[in-house]
Write a protein that binds this ligand. Sequence first.
Ligand code: KDG
Ligand code: MG
Length: 402
Amino acid sequence: MKITDAKVIVCSPGRNFVTLKVTTEDGLYGLGDATLNGRELAVASYLADHVIPLLIGRDARRVEDTWQYLYKGAYWRRGPVTMTAISAVDTALWDIKGKSLNVPVYQLLGGASRDAVMVYGHASGADIESTLHAVAEYLRLGYKAVRVQSGVPGMATVYGVGRGDFYYEPAEPGRPPECLWSSEAYLNFVPHLFERLRKEFGSAVHLLHDVHHRLTPIEAARLGKSLEPYHLFWLEDPVPAELQESFRLIRQHTTTPLAVGEVFNSVYDCQQLIQEQLIDYIRTTVVHAGGISHLRKIASLAELYHVRTGCHGATDMSPVCIAAALHFDLSVHNFGIQEYMRHSAETERVFSHAYTFSDGMMHPGDAPGLGVDIDEGLAAQYPYRRAYLPVNRRLDGTIHSW
Ligand code: KDG
Ligand code: MG
């Protein structure tokens, strides 16, 4: 089954997305998400200028061989641009394989290990009261798990406090917005937030929190310890994960479960954290970590060490990625939870999908392949708009992790 055509579709229905569409000689096509937030056109060029010429004429059924050809054949290893491009090809080939065999992709991955996939939503507010209100809204929609971020008194901007009611979009057109940060103010505030949350909502709901790489190891240890009475489902990205040994220090001080990995792009980024059991959830996702094929390898390594999956699923993962993630989540044994930030109405109009949400759980649907499509005519009405993620500065003006 020869690949006869492949093209990159860049559009901005509510936000920027890069989508790869691969077509075969018998007219089947598959889609892959290639969106790298704030650096979209680098991946579009990598695909159009360097990868697509290699795809034409290849056998679309050879998913693993194509992965290895693009990974080893590049000579230069890993990195977010390369791995996002490889992910898009891999995802599109799994979509084609499912369509050609007339089965949903999860059936090709070993079949369903569960009936449905638990997801978490994002509740946020400028202060504790509005944050409590946002959590109540998610519970009303049936969510069993909610990530909670709140504005910190005295700080004008805080990560995770969104614009929409049910989606959060940090990328802004124009120059990167600048935020101010105080670890001290944050560390003093967060335990009060979670104390209130448990008082209001009881102990059954799963609560999550994302530190977004902002603390030092000892600060992260202090936060994890102070949150223990509120038994979080996870504390995410407590420190920048480049220095993986720092998780040993955090681990020695707290039993709060840890989740890391949304910025990782290969199994080698995860290896130490998993093998030393320094984390509880690995957050790599289809679009940035080498597609379904490579993510399965990460999940298999994690399974050996009792680490579960918790794929990144913010609005910059397009519906193509969310669909692929749900097929993966439904099939792998050591699934933990899936992030699901709802997309804007424009995004939903451009990308139709078979996946469904009900009562805090999602299912990828039983359409052949991934069960997701793109309306190219409509997509063309939303041209790309350059947008950047914010940068962060400490109160004295020093650049800090965002
Ligand atoms: O592109 C960056 C966002 O996806 C990220 O900031 C969101 O941290 C995030 C999360 O956990 O969803
Ligand atoms: Mg995060």
